[in-house]
Design a protein around this ligand. Structure first.
Ligand SMILES: C[S@@+](CC[C@H](N)C(=O)[O-])C[C@H]1O[C@@H](n2cnc3c(N)ncnc32)[C@H](O)[C@@H]1O
Length: 189
């Protein structure tokens, strides 16, 4: 799968290289090219914030969809709390398989918004460091479609974005801030 990028995980130089490639190629092409080698340099924060979220909110972890699952950062953290997780990502199947031992559903946000998961149901959807990547104009339909698949959604984001409006099927019920990463809990309406 495409040329590989040395992520130099955890080093400032590695993060710089990732940022430069990301800016040069744009998000979609970046993950298409480098998805097999993807690792989130902030994985320890993802793990810590998800642990706090699980302890605080005690979500039902019996059937979790890890949306835009990367190499399993959220899935691996949630498994430690007994979660049964299915990952979906169009670009990182190889990396996810290598780390979790599971195949991913190779689905994009667009495919999911168009009904690719229709008929399935999950106890919880988690989307970590990814929902802000979806184009603003396509977010309402994606969010609404997700709200028909699960009663709860946890979004992890290092930004204030994305903003999810109640009209899109979700109400924000709580937020945890941990080392500048937000975990937001939504309930489907
Ligand atoms: C910053 S990574 C986050 C990965 C992982 N959830 C984490 O917490 O590290 C963004 C993820 O979004 C995925 N992605 C990019 N464009 C996407 C799209 N159009 N539909 C679904 N996923 C997409 C990428 O493949 C990548 O795994």
């Amino acid at each position: 799968m495409g040329k590989q990028i040395r992520t130099g995980r955890g080093t400032a130089r590695g993060e710089e290289a990732i940022r430069a490639a990301y800016e040069r190629e744009g998000p979609e092409e970046f993950y298409r090219q480098h998805g097999a080698d993807y690792r989130n340099p902030h994985e320890s924060i993802v793990r810590a914030v998800l642990t706090r979220a699980v302890e605080t909110w005690q979500p039902d972890l019996s059937a979790v969809l890890d949306l835009a699952c990367g190499s399993g950062e959220a899935a691996l953290a949630l498994r430690e709390h007994g979660a049964v997780v299915e990952g979906a990502d169009p670009f990182t199947g190889e990396a996810y398989l290598a780390r979790t031992g599971d195949e991913v559903l190779p689905l994009s946000f667009e495919a999911i918004a168009q009904g690719a998961l229709a008929g399935r149901s999950y106890s919880l959807i988690v989307c970590s460091f990814a929902l802000h990547l979806e184009e603003k104009s396509r977010l309402p339909k994606l969010c609404y479609t997700l709200s028909r698949l699960a009663p709860a959604l946890i979004v992890l984001t290092p930004h204030k974005r994305p903003t999810i409006a109640p009209a899109w099927g979700w109400v924000l019920t709580d937020e945890i801030l941990h080392e500048r990463v937000r975990a937001r809990l939504y309930a489907s309406t």
